[in-house]
Design a protein around this ligand. Structure first.
Ligand code: FEO
Ligand code: CA
Ligand code: CA
Ligand code: CA
Length: 596
């Protein structure tokens, strides 16, 4: 139903906004005149020989041949001129074992579950096809480019810290060959067609020496890990001989070439190590390549990486090879914001990018380049970066070059002893609803060392003290905990949320807001995801009348015996599942299309 007082919003993509959905509703809610379809679900077979999905029998070999769990970053890259073929690229961030698999009673069964969970992590590439540009996409089982990357797939570590003593282990004395990726949160697709993925909450997978350098700052402890993988794979216990550096081999930006299923994905040490949310690249007018990156932890920082080499355009093999090396060498900066809080929130502040590594040399006293890149949080602490309210997606508009920095929330600000209080760029104490900063590089240059910024949005329920919607004074949709963003072809910003249920008792959703013109700041809601789910992706193909979202962790507070969500294979009221049929939530990538 349209929200009271809302009319249909016209433009390249018109829809009647939905009203916020209460946080106990187990349904996808889309605008009138639109319908939703799951393109692919957890456990769907990717290859001709993929086993049938059967969560009652956890099996790593099966999971490696099936679509993984809890999709976060998602892109749909159209690959042919007629718009009928595409590549779906998708992260599998983490797992919710208590709703995926039955409780275990023997050590053998427990080991099977742990290995199956490792195989449900990582990344998928899946070919899509459709019959016409206004028809829904479907995935192609057994397609040539289909690929699964898991917590055990070989990766290459590259850049200045690769091979250093800080990343060597007994199993890999070269310090360059890492097995697997995990905690893959958001990401970005590069202008040269690869996908970047951020290794975020890697600390939860390890047991480590709490006294080791960086352990405290990165949240590594000697308690049993939350995932328990150390029970089946020694390298997840960094207190064991030879594995002290294994945690240093996670927490990177990963680059995957979805067009070559045999390519070895890489982890770029030049881009620093922290709880990477994602990375989004812009090429400026001079061909300078800049990647913006957030560290999603309360009071952590905003970073940018500027490649040493310029982008090479064209489709030649030489240009491609060149561009594939861009993120292996460059300068790393962290942001310091200055400015003043104004009563109407319409701040205009300035800021500075503080160099951590420049021209191959460390800019941080007492730390080598390798130390700065592996223990980046410690380096940024030393130079006086601005502690932020959890930077999630940080994405430049490719039309204007302005960068949108999504700060999801920080309930500790101004509350927790010894932690900073509000400042201009993070204006609220106990910030439970989050905000979005709009950043403009000096001269529009990717390698600028200074910038201007303003608060674009201070989120919350309408009328709540301190909320601000870029000066828009009409009604807006209530929004909290912004997380992932995307732009449509008209440069409207689309915002998905993670945490609304806990903070304003509404299901998480997807919102649209114009960045320019008379409607700047006029926020409306497009969809809501089912109970306990987070809205990820999003991908906006407005010219096709189509929106994609990854529905992550639906029904996450349920148990194997008592599931809270049945997304996406709902059974109608009164209908019973067939005997022996498993019923529970399956995280999925969903396409929302305008009805024809
Ligand atoms: Fe995995 Fe910062 O969200
Ligand atoms: Ca996120
Ligand atoms: Ca994004
Ligand atoms: Ca989040």
């Amino acid at each position: 139903r349209p929200a009271p007082g809302e009319r249909a919003v016209r433009g390249g993509f018109s829809f009647t906004p939905i009203a916020a959905v209460s946080d106990d509703v187990d349904a996808m809610t889309v605008p009138r005149g639109f319908s939703w379809h799951p393109i692919i679900r957890w456990g769907d077979p990717l290859f001709h020989d993929s086993p049938r999905f059967d969560p009652t029998q956890p099996d790593a070999d099966a999971a490696e041949r099936q679509f993984g769990y809890n999709n976060d970053y998602t892109d749909v890259i159209v690959t042919d001129r007629r718009g009928r073929k595409a590549l779906l690229c998708c992260n599998h961030e983490y797992t919710n074992r208590q709703i995926m698999f039955p409780p275990t009673t023997t050590p053998e069964a427990e080991a099977d579950v742990l290995r199956a969970l490792m195989a449900a992590h990582g990344f998928s590439v899946v070919e899509l096809e459709r019959r016409g540009t206004r028809r829904p996409w479907r995935y192609v089982q057994g397609a040539r480019l289909n690929r699964r990357i898991t917590a055990t797939t070989p990766f290459l570590l590259d850049g200045p810290a690769a091979g250093s003593a800080l990343v060597q282990t007994a199993a890999d004395p070269t310090g360059t060959r890492v097995h697997g990726t995990l905690g893959n949160c958001s990401g970005g697709t590069t202008p040269w067609g690869t996908v970047l993925s951020g290794e975020e909450n890697f600390n939860g997978y390890f047991v480590a020496d709490p006294a080791a350098p960086g352990s405290a700052r990165y949240g590594l402890t000697d308690k049993p890990s939350s995932y328990g993988w150390e029970q089946v794979d020694d390298r997840f216990d960094a207190t064991k001989a030879g594995y002290a550096n294994e945690p240093h081999r996670f927490g990177w930006i990963v680059e995957i070439d979805p067009t070559d299923p045999r390519s070895t994905p890489r982890k770029h040490t030049a881009m620093g190590r922290f709880k990477h949310e994602g990375a989004n690249v812009r090429v400026d007018d001079e061909g300078t390549v800049v990647a913006y990156m957030g560290d999603d932890e309360r009071f952590d920082y905003l970073y940018k990486f500027v490649a040493s080499k310029k982008f090479r355009s064209g489709k030649s093999a030489a240009a491609r090879r060149h561009n594939l090396g861009l993120l292996s060498e460059g300068d790393l900066y962290v942001a310091r914001f200055t400015g003043e809080q104004r009563p109407d929130n319409a701040n205009l502040g300035t800021g500075r990018w503080l160099p951590l590594v420049r021209d191959g040399r460390s800019q941080v006293e007492g730390m080598s380049v390798e130390e700065v890149l592996v223990l980046t949080r410690l380096a940024a602490d030393k130079v006086g970066a601005t502690p932020m309210d959890r930077c999630e997606d940080v994405e430049p508009s490719l039309k204007t070059g302005k960068v949108y920095v999504v700060c999801t929330n920080n309930t500790d600000r101004g509350v927790k002893a010894g932690k900073p209080g509000p400042d201009a760029a993070n204006p609220r104490a106990a910030n439970k609803n989050g905000h979005i900063i709009e950043l403009t590089e000096a001269g529009g240059r990717g390698d600028a060392e200074t910038f201007e910024w303003d608060l674009f949005m201070v989120c919350g329920d309408e009328g709540q003290a301190g909320t601000y919607f870029a000066g828009w004074e009409g009604p807006v949709a209530p929004i909290s905990c912004p997380d992932n963003i995307a732009f449509d072809s008209r440069d409207n910003l689309w915002i998905s949320t993670d945490g609304q249920p806990g903070s304003i008792a509404k299901n998480d959703g997807l919102f649209r807001v114009p960045l320019a013109g008379r409607e700047r700041g006029h926020l409306v809601q497009f969809l809501a995801v089912p109970v306990e789910a987070e809205t990820c992706g999003p991908v906006i193909h407005d010219q096709d009348g189509s929106v994609f979202v990854a529905v992550q962790h639906p029904g996450e507070d349920g148990t194997w015996a008592e599931q809270n969500s049945f997304f996406p294979d709902y059974v109608s009221a009164g209908e019973r599942p067939r005997r022996g049929e498993w019923r529970g939530p399956r995280p999925s990538v969903v396409q929302v299309v305008a009805d024809r």
